[in-house]
Design a protein around this ligand. Structure first.
Ligand code: IPE
Ligand code: IPE
Ligand code: MG
Length: 224
C-alpha cells in the first residue's frame, strides 16, 4: 500500500453550487467552508500529515470586487472563530502565496501562523493569492541573486513549499480538468483525481473513496 503524507485540493465549484441552490455565488463560498471542515476532520482521521487547500489564485483577482471582498471577509470570520480550535487540535496553519491583503487580514494570517507554528498533528497549507508561475519565477530570481547553481535541490529551497513533501494526491472538484496554476512543480508525480461533484457537495465518503483508490495504485516514479 502506498504511504500517504500529503493531499492537495483545488476546491472548485462553489460559485456554480451557490447559483444553483441559493441563486448567489457567495452562498456557495459559504457552503464550501462546511466541506473544508469535514475534510480537515477526515484528513486527521486518516492520519495524513499535510493538507494543501487552494483557496484563492493569483488569477482570482480578476473576479468582481464584491466577490473578492466577500471571500476575504469569509476567511477572516472563519479564522477568528476557528483558530483557537485548530490550535487545540494540534493543527499547524501555513499560508502559501503572497500576503498582500488588507492590513488587518495580513496581521490575522501572520498571527494564526505564529500561534500554530509548533503544532504537529496536521499541517494545513492554505494557498491564498498563490500562483505556481510566480512562485517559480521568484525561486529562479533567488537562485540568480545568490549566485547558486540551478538544480532541484537549490530550487526547492526557494519554493513556498520548502520542507513540505510533494503531494501524493491532487484532487480537483467541480467537474473541470485543469490545474489553474496550482503547484505545477510539486505535482510532477502526484496521482490526480478529477471529481465531478462541486466542492460544497463533496463529502467524507467521496474523499475516502479517493484515498482507497490511491492506496492501490502502482506508483512507478519512472521505474517498472
Ligand atoms: C472555487 O470555486 C473557489 C474559489 C476560486 C475562490 P469557484 O468560485 O471557482 O466556483 P465556480 O467554478 O465558479 O463554480
Ligand atoms: C482555481 O479555481 C482556484 C481555486 C480553487 C482557488 P478557478 O475556478 O479560479 O479556476 P479557473 O479560473 O476556472 O481555471
Ligand atoms: Mg471555478
Amino acid at each position: 500500500m502506498n504511504p500517504l503524507n500529503h493531499v492537495a485540493i483545488i476546491m472548485d465549484g462553489n460559485g456554480r453550487w451557490g447559483l444553483r441552490n441559493k441563486n448567489s455565488r457567495n452562498a456557495g463560498h459559504k457552503a464550501g467552508l462546511n466541506t473544508v471542515e469535514k475534510i480537515i476532520k477526515e484528513t486527521i482521521k486518516n492520519k495524513i500529515k499535510f493538507l494543501t487547500l487552494y483557496a484563492f489564485s493569483t488569477e482570482n483577482w480578476k473576479r468582481p470586487k464584491k466577490e473578492i471582498k466577500f471571500l476575504f471577509s469569509l476567511l477572516e470570520t472563519f479564522l477568528k472563530e476557528k483558530i483557537n480550535d485548530l490550535n487545540e487540535q494540534n493543527i499547524k496553519l501555513k499560508i502559501i502565496g503572497k500576503k498582500n491583503f488588507t492590513l488587518n487580514l495580513n496581521k490575522l494570517l501572520k498571527l494564526s501562523e505564529k500561534k500554530t507554528f509548533k503544532n504537529k498533528r496536521l499541517q494545513i497549507n492554505l494557498a491564498l493569492n498563490y500562483g505556481s508561475k510566480s512562485e517559480l519565477i521568484n525561486a529562479f530570481k533567488e537562485l540568480k541573486k545568490n549566485k547558486e547553481a540551478i538544480n532541484e535541490k537549490n530550487l526547492k529551497k526557494y519554493l513556498q513549499t520548502k520542507n513540505i513533501p510533494d503531494p501524493d494526491i491532487l484532487i480537483r472538484t467541480g467537474n473541470t480538468k485543469r490545474l489553474s496554476n496550482f503547484l505545477l512543480w510539486q505535482i510532477a508525480y502526484s496521482e490526480i483525481f478529477f471529481e465531478n461533484k462541486l466542492w460544497p457537495d463533496f463529502n467524507e465518503k467521496d474523499y475516502n473513496k479517493i484515498i482507497k483508490k490511491f492506496k492501490g495504485i502502482k506508483r512507478n516514479f519512472g521505474k517498472i
